[in-house]
Design a protein around this ligand. Structure first.
Ligand code: SF4
Ligand code: SF4
Length: 167
């Protein structure tokens, strides 16, 4: 098994809205075909992009793997690169993935407690939405304290993503 087969079906962080909020299409991508395949394309400035969580992600695998866009074909996270180059074992990488998923789930839980339960939106957009709202001091729980906990959880997750996946 290669690194992709070992890691990616157990991860999905680059498809499920944790690592990225959207993905831009590249020159040569067939917009019409990708639309037919079910990607939710939208204009992003002069480019076409699709939002994450990706509509073609089934929770484990890419439903359009053989026809996926260029950016998806060419992207390899730092963790995968290290495994491919033999700098890291698959077991250690899988542990890192599990920890990143735990941190992402912690953030999701805190977003839900703060009333943001839109699982169709990328994690950083959900976070931004919550932080934009004025604090409701009449809420059932201490909203300011919950926000503080959310900020810490997001910080932990971002640190890990930057260190292990994005470099
Ligand atoms: S973040 Fe890395 S390990 Fe996870 S699915 Fe994407 S490429 Fe694979
Ligand atoms: S098209 Fe496939 S590889 Fe690309 S983000 Fe969507 S599920 Fe992931």
């Amino acid at each position: 098994m290669n690194g992709i087969e070992q890691l990616c079906p157990n991860c999905g962080l680059c498809c499920n809205g944790v690592l990225f909020a959207d993905v831009e299409l590249r020159k040569g991508d067939d917009i019409q075909r990708l639309d037919e395949l079910g990607l939710s394309l939208e204009k992003k400035g002069r480019k076409q992009a699709f939002a994450q969580p990706c509509t073609c992600f089934d929770g484990k695998l890419c439903r359009i793997y053989n026809e996926r866009p260029t950016r998806c074909r060419t992207f390899e996270c730092g963790l995968l690169k290290r495994v491919q180059m033999g700098e890291m074992g698959a077991d250690a990488a899988l542990k890192t993935i599990a920890e990143a998923q735990r941190l992402a789930e912690k953030v999701r839980g805190q977003l839900r407690r703060l009333g943001q339960s839109d699982e169709q939106l990328a994690l950083n957009r959900r976070y931004a939405q919550v932080m934009r709202e004025p604090i409701d001091l009449s809420g059932p729980e201490d909203a300011a304290e919950l926000r503080g906990e959310l900020m810490l959880a997001v910080n932990d997750l971002m640190q890990m993503l930057r260190q292990d996946f994005l470099k």
